[in-house]
Ligand binder design. Structure first.
Ligand SMILES: Cc1ncc(C[n+]2csc(CCOP(=O)(O)OP(=O)(O)O)c2C)c(N)n1
Ligand SMILES: [Mg+2]
Length: 349
């Protein structure tokens, strides 16, 4: 029997409480003081998502999954295949976002094949005892889908259905289609951090010591909700959270500095109370090492942020050094040129 979760909300600067009723009749109150505005519904979403299968009477959670220790050269080979998957998906349906996806291929590979403790099967939404990942900049779905498929969440051949009618692989990820590995709909920028905070809080309530990860675009950081959530996470000591930024300096309409400069991004996150690391997001050895370092910084009273310097379009020379390939598809010749630069290591779908 599932626990009954009864939201009991008092807005407008008052305390906000959730009453979580367990099947044993115990009642847990979750209180957020003087907290309202848009962050709340999203935090609620994450909290309810991860709490929906709470067994509060369990003193501890068993971890059934384990992270793999994959060599750097093997990770680089996987990332090459992920990049092939990205350009092939976007070419196949002549729409989608290759630029940011290519730039984040190393990150997704490191995360899913090295860093996270996760068990693709059997898939369950709550991910109890497992690390969770929330993609906030949902337009880079091609890299997300490739990493999920290649690590065993669903058949690799399903990548061929990307963005097609009735596919589970929508242009922007949704939970509606029930695609294993997707725990939050994204595409409307700015919401993922709030959802992840809710999930991280639920893990604490559930005595689940696993970590919640997020990824955000640097252009996405222009959304106000990000900074509400950043303030909340530090203020409430959500220290089982590792967030990352795809710091490529580009966004849909041009360079981030031209559209709306972020200023001293590291200083901003530090000022908001986060523990901040910096890395090269396209150097696999450095990236994997920084992700390991980040894990050692959790449970110390602060949320952890990794600013990852990346190159949009990384791995395909004519897609790099501009924002132009943020959201357009390669034609047949361009696909051929791109694939010529990316070794097929695991077999194309
Ligand atoms: C709330 C919201 N506003 C605007 C958009 C349109 N949009 C999609 S991607 C994007 C650029 C985001 O920049 P960044 O996060 O840096 O992603 P990158 O271009 O580097 O992949 C914008 C403005 C959106 N998806 N959601
Ligand atoms: Mg960007």
């Amino acid at each position: 029997m599932l626990p009954v979760i009864r939201p009991d909300l008092h807005f407008l600067g008052q305390n906000v409480q959730w009453a979580i009723q367990t099947e044993l009749g115990k009642r847990f109150l979750v209180t957020f003081e003087k907290f309202c505005t848009r962050t709340l519904p999203a935090v609620t979403h994450g909290l309810l998502l991860a709490a929906s299968n709470l067994r509060m009477h369990m003193a501890s959670t068993q971890t059934t999954s384990s992270s793999k220790s994959t060599s750097i050269s093997e990770l680089q080979r996987i990332a090459s295949q992920v990049r092939r998957d990205i350009v092939r998906q976007v070419h196949g349906v002549q729409s989608g976002h290759p630029g940011g996806s290519l730039g984040c291929a190393d990150f997704f590979t490191a995360l899913y094949f090295h860093t996270m403790k996760h068990e693709p099967k059997p898939w369950d939404m709550d991910g109890k005892g497992q690390d969770l990942f929330f993609l906030s900049n949902g337009h880079i779905s091609p890299v997300f889908y490739s990493a999920l498929a290649r690590s065993g969440y669903f058949p690799v051949k399903e990548l061929a259905t990307f963005r097609r009618i009735n596919s589970r692989l929508q242009g922007h990820p949704t939970t509606h289609e029930g695609l294993p590995g997707v725990r939050m709909a994204s595409g409307s920028l700015g919401q993922g951090l709030s959802v992840a905070i809710g999930a991280a809080l639920a893990k604490k309530l559930n005595n689940d010591d696993r970590i919640v990860y997020t990824l955000h675009g640097d252009g996405e950081l222009q959304e106000g909700q990000i900074w509400e959530a950043a303030m909340f996470a530090a203020g409430k000591k959500v220290d089982n959270l590792i967030s990352t930024v795809d710091y490529n300096g580009r966004q849909i309409d041009g360079d981030v500095d031209d559209v709306m400069p972020l200023g001293d991004l590291k200083a901003k996150w530090v000022a908001f109370g986060w523990d901040v690391l910096e890395t090269n997001g396209n150097d696999m050895a450095q990236l994997a090492n920084t992700l390991e370092q980040a894990k050692t910084r959790t449970e110390k009273g602060k949320p952890v942020m990794i600013l990852m310097r990346t190159e949009m379009g990384q791995g395909v020379d004519f897609m790099m050094n501009s924002h132009e390939w943020h959201g357009i598809a390669p034609n047949d010749q361009q696909l051929k040129d791109a694939l010529g630069q990316l070794e097929e290591t695991l077999g194309d779908y």
